[in-house]
Design a protein around this ligand. Structure first.
Ligand SMILES: NC(=O)c1ccc[n+]([C@@H]2O[C@H](COP(=O)([O-])OP(=O)(O)OC[C@H]3O[C@@H](n4cnc5c(N)ncnc54)[C@H](OP(=O)(O)O)[C@@H]3O)[C@@H](O)[C@H]2O)c1
Length: 298
């Protein structure tokens, strides 16, 4: 009988890592590690965990995700997003494991008019994007066809600081919100992304770079309006709140944000049994789960 596949997920307490732990493993064992077991700044610890767990597939979801802080701490962001990924890829190569590095639309310039394709030129517009791109290059350079880069955007899960939870919290307070309408992209439900990444681990012959988001191109303001409507449909008292469009210039941030984030949903997902949900369907599915998880959002 062939040996059962063993998957190692990093970033156990992050949005994606948490969702991975909620999928009942079928055809694989799952080991999730957080900062406690594997601190990415400790290279010896990365090697030790990988040698002990002996995974056939590593889903590397842990990352420095503080986009604005990365502007002043670029070296630290690189240490986690690039150097640690390089170490992990080398350890994966030693035991012949495959590795998926979860990356971002921020590797692109943020200026475009068609959804980014996997082989479009990269040109990150901030330090976080540069650090993730360096991680991508390290993983693919070391692992070749046993390495995968999965780029996603606008991720929200049951836990963590994300746009959906933040909006719901403000809306429950009855606030009149101003939300930018000149940054366009596609939201991604972390639960769906987790399923896709597990399918990538179970599948074979996947390409080096894949893009995964929910379907549709919207602004943050569109997203906020639908979050409010969906919250009301789910019984939340959000009627007093309102959502109004504003330009990005009203919310200057240390790190530049892309105006154009949409990515082409990779055709390879179909071969892995993964189809794309619309962002509305994904939100409709996710919101009750998110509310149940947190009992109350505030
Ligand atoms: N969120 C988005 O909108 C988005 C968009 C595009 C791509 N991505 C990528 O998708 C992946 C998953 O994102 P996410 O939203 O799940 O991120 P997240 O919720 O911020 O989780 C990141 C995880 O990384 C861990 N981590 C950070 N520094 C670490 C270190 N030095 N050692 C060990 N663990 C460390 C954190 O641990 P602690 O919990 O202990 O802090 C956290 O659990 C990341 O690779 C991210 O770059 C995210």
């Amino acid at each position: 009988m062939p040996e059962q596949k063993r998957f190692l997920v990093t970033g156990r307490n992050g949005q994606l890592g948490h969702e991975c732990g909620l999928i009942a493993p079928q055809g694989y064992d799952l080991v999730r590690v957080g900062r406690e077991e594997m601190d990415l700044s400790d290279h010896a610890q990365i090697a030790k965990v990988i040698r002990e767990v002996q995974p056939s597939f590593i889903l590397h979801g842990a990352a420095w995700t503080a986009v604005d802080l990365a502007e002043e701490k670029e070296q630290e962001a690189f240490a986690i997003n690039a150097t640690a990924a390089e170490v992990m890829a080398s350890c994966a190569a030693e035991i012949d494991a495959r590795l998926a590095f979860v990356s971002t639309d921020y590797v692109f310039s943020g200026e475009g008019d068609a959804p980014w394709r996997e082989d479009d030129p990269v040109a990150p517009l901030n330090a976080y994007g540069r650090s993730k791109l360096a991680g991508e290059q390290a993983v693919l350079g070391i692992l070749g066809e046993r390495g995968h880069v999965v780029r996603t955007s606008w991720v929200y899960g049951r836990r963590g600081n994300n746009f959906v939870r933040t909006m719901l919290r403000f809306m429950e307070q009855g606030r009149a919100l101003k939300v930018v309408d000149d940054q366009l992209g596609s939201p991604t439900w972390a639960g769906g992304l987790a399923v896709a990444l597990i399918a990538l681990g179970l599948g074979e012959n996947a390409p080096s770079i894949l893009h995964y988001t929910d379907g549709g191109i919207i602004s943050w303001c569109d997203f906020a309006q639908e979050i409010r409507a969906c919250g009301i449909r789910n019984g939340l008292a959000l009627e007093e709140s309102s959502v109004n469009p504003c330009p990005s210039t009203e919310y200057p941030t240390p790190a530049a944000r892309p105006s154009w984030s949409p990515m082409h949903f990779s055709s390879a997902w179909e071969g892995l049994g993964i189809t794309q949900s619309t962002w509305q369907d994904a939100l409709q599915l996710a919101l009750p789960l998110l509310l149940r998880e947190n009992d109350k959002v505030t």
